[in-house]
Design a protein around this ligand. Structure first.
Ligand code: PGA
Length: 261
């Protein structure tokens, strides 16, 4: 039987938060941090707030992530940010292939793959997002879609590289819509992802992998989602913009985690 790991909870701020807003949100999270020692917390501000966030998080257990990166290390790529720049700013994580980037900025499984290698090379832990649209779900294409995103997005990764990444299953129809996948719907896909990883990299690696869920995670559904065997945490969008809801989501996941111990 697989032992659940402590909850991994990342707040994806998307295109929100000025520097003063970042200060106020992080001061509340930093204050709450010592009461949430069982959880691994990550905040993912916009690029403009990263260096302020890094200062505020110094000497805390809350870690920093970025929302995207480019695969080249430097050069004439106006508007892009590289892995070494993110490491330099104090980032430990980087989100790759978020559905909003796939939808509005032409991110593909091919670019996701290049970005994973670039992130690993810079010592960053990729949080790789996959998930189906509503049409795909209704056409019973969820599993084939996720399978193809895994196959192409993770292509060429060695077992050691694979152990450095986090996967986020985010059904697109649940993102920002208030329509969360039921725990059973999320678990079905998360279990499939783990089984696929086991096929490729063996049971032990698959069992150690961190696979999180994203899509309208709220304090009210955090406990029941985290109770599922293959949900190791969350990528939280809207509810991560307020300290109170982000902390409450974390507390509810910790409550579910402790019951399993
Ligand atoms: P949401 O966003 O929690 O607002 O649905 C999740 C995400 O996009 O990562």
């Amino acid at each position: 039987m697989r032992h659940k790991k402590p909850p991994f909870i990342a707040g994806n701020w998307k295109m929100h938060m000025t520097i003063p807003e970042t200060r106020s949100l992080l001061s509340a999270l930093v204050k709450a941090g010592p009461d949430l020692p069982e959880a691994q917390l990550v905040v993912i501000p916009p690029f403009t707030a990263l260096s302020e966030a890094a200062k505020l998080l110094l000497d805390t257990l809350i870690q920093l992530g970025a929302q995207n990166l480019f695969w080249e290390e430097k050069g004439a790529y106006t508007g892009e940010i590289s892995g070494p720049m993110l490491s330099d700013t104090g980032c430990r994580y980087v989100v790759i292939g978020h559905s909003e980037r796939r939808q509005y900025f032409d991110e593909t499984d091919g670019s996701v793959n290049k970005k994973i290698f670039a992130a690993l090379k810079s010592g960053l832990i990729p949080i790789v997002c996959i998930g189906e649209t509503l049409e795909e779900r209704e056409a019973k294409q969820t599993i084939p879609k996720v399978e193809s995103q895994l196959r192409q997005g993770l292509s060429g990764l060695s077992a050691a590289q694979f152990s450095e990444i986090i996967l986020a299953y985010e059904p697109i129809w649940a993102i920002g819509t208030g329509r969360t996948a039921t725990p059973a719907q999320a678990e079905e896909v998360q279990a499939f992802i783990r089984a696929k990883l086991a096929e490729k990299h063996g049971n032990e690696a698959a069992s150690c992998a961190i696979i999180i869920y994203g899509g309208s995670v709220k304090p009210a559904n955090s406990y029941s989602l985290f109770k599922e065997k293959n949900i190791d945490g969350f990528l939280v969008g809207g509810a991560s913009l307020e300290a109170e809801s982000f902390i409450q989501i974390t507390k509810e996941a910790i409550r579910a985690y402790k019951e399993e111990q």
